[in-house]
Design a protein around this ligand. Structure first.
Ligand code: PGA
Length: 304
């Protein structure tokens, strides 16, 4: 029988997920030698190498992949046990794990702030990642709730829309189209675009829209951040299709240099969804957040 500790498994899971000893150490608030020691002990106990390091890169061996899957299941089961205990001890305390796509960073903190003040006993672990990485976490059942704009098809999930998520076309203010009304979508065929990275929900939506119109998407530049895209549009590198949630005139100086084009069919109506696995029994904490989300979003005002 192998003797492994919960701490070793948690450490291994973090190294395998982040593919980095130093980032795992940072996340776990321990030193890197502590992480290396835990992994060495686990190697010795399993009797096979789990991780290979080439230069700074971390790779999982076949045994490591197996252990990673086992760890994810096991940590999920343990998390559920901890939550059940918290639920039994009294409601509204414990840990809430949420994964949210990058673009939600413009409004999630404004929802989580008041939620945390209302329920000080609830800790939030929020992962802000792009859609592909979020789907990976959903498949591994790593969180209680997932917030995204383009829920996947064909999975056994519940998707509840909770807020509008219109998609707009952005251009620099001095762009010749900026003063035109009801621009036909086909006119965008001649324009270069700045787009999000592959794996982003925004990118997927943009590609689907161009495909549906049978118009080629001319990509001038690909950037992994909405903020960088707005700067690129302001700098005249091209147009962009982004969620209206990324626009915050009060906080963003680049905003004065960009404008929303009046293109036919835009803004495209979409929603933000909260998603969870259908057969998962939500914890009291997750249900509390769902209720809060529905009640609070109604108060966020017309811009959302
Ligand atoms: P993204 O997702 O931030 O990964 O682009 C946005 C969305 O799903 O609409």
């Amino acid at each position: 029988m192998m003797h492994v500790s919960l701490r070793q498994l948690r450490t291994f899971e973090a190294v395998a997920r982040l593919r980095s000893f130093s980032r795992a150490a940072e996340e776990m608030h321990v030193t890197q030698p502590t992480v290396s020691k835990q992994i060495r002990l686990l190697h010795d106990e399993v009797g096979l190498p789990l991780i290979e390091q080439i230069g700074k890169k971390v790779f999982l061996t076949q045994a490591g992949e197996q252990l990673y899957t086992t760890c994810a299941d096991w940590l999920e089961t343990w998390g559920r046990f901890e939550q059940t205990i918290a639920d039994l001890k009294g409601v509204k305390q414990g840990r809430l794990r949420i994964s949210a796509v990058t673009t939600t960073k413009y409004f999630m903190p404004r929802i989580l702030g008041p939620f945390c003040s209302t329920y000080p006993g609830i800790d939030i672990a929020l992962e802000v990642i792009n859609r592909d990485r979020l789907l990976d976490r959903l498949a591994r059942n790593q969180d209680d709730l997932y917030i995204m704009g383009v829920p996947p098809e064909g999975l056994d999930i519940e998707c509840e829309p909770f807020m509008e998520n219109p998609l707009v076309v952005l251009a620099p203010v001095a762009h010749p189209m900026a003063r035109r009304k009801r621009i036909p979508f086909a006119d965008l065929a001649n324009e270069p675009f700045v787009v999000r990275e592959h794996g982003s929900g925004t990118r997927l939506t943009v590609e689907r829209i161009f495909q549906a119109h049978n118009i080629p998407l001319r990509i001038r530049m690909e950037l992994g951040s909405n903020e960088a895209i707005k700067q690129a549009v302001a700098g005249g590198l091209g147009l962009a299709l982004l969620s209206q949630s990324t626009l915050n005139p009060d906080l963003d100086p680049a905003q004065k240099e960009i404008t929303v084009l009046n293109v036919q069919g835009f803004p495209i109506k979409r929603s933000w969804y909260v998603v969870y696995t259908k057969n998962k029994k939500l914890s009291v904490v997750a249900n509390t957040f769902l209720e809060f989300l529905k009640a609070h979003v109604a108060l966020l005002g017309p811009r959302h």
